[in-house]
Each structure stands twice: as structure tokens, then as C-alpha cells.
Write a protein that binds this ligand. Sequence first.
Ligand code: FES
Length: 94
Amino acid sequence: MAWVFINQIKFYLHDDETLLAGLLRVGVTTPYQCQEGYCGTCKLKHQKLTLSSSVSYVHEPLLMLADDEILPCCCRVSGVLSLTLSQSILEDLS
Ligand code: FES
């Protein structure tokens, strides 16, 4: 299980749940398309909040990612992760 923080929101991910599935489950309408790691539509910025936190990929992404970028559609998280969402997504949450 992992914990994900987005501004005022905190939620957990099940062990076999992708980050995108968790975001959609809690009502965060982040954009996505291919769900296989090649279009980049779902790309978000993140911070690992503990040294033991890690990100692994169900499908190895075809995109080049910076160290602080993540593809929620095809990754699994362990530990604690903080996400940075675009202003438009944040406005949808309020
Ligand atoms: S939805 Fe295409 S890379 Fe995530």
C-alpha cells in the first residue's frame, strides 16, 4: 500500500493498483489516453516523501522522463508520494 498526497487530499493505493486507477477512484480527473506508457498524456510531476518510497512500472514507458516525472497510467507506487497537478485539475477538485 502507498499513500499519495495532492495539496489537501490524501489517499491510499492498493498494492496492485496503478496510480491512475487510484486517482480516478478518488475523483481526480487527470487526463489520460493510451494507458500503456507511450502517449505522455498522463504525465505528472512528483516528489518522493520518504527514502523507502519507490515507483515501478507495469509497462516500461517509451517516453523519456525527468527524475521528477511519472506516468500514472502504468506505474505502481510504494511508500509515500506527493503529486503536483496542473491548475485546471486542481480547480476541478474544488
Ligand atoms: S496515458 Fe499514455 S502514457 Fe499514460
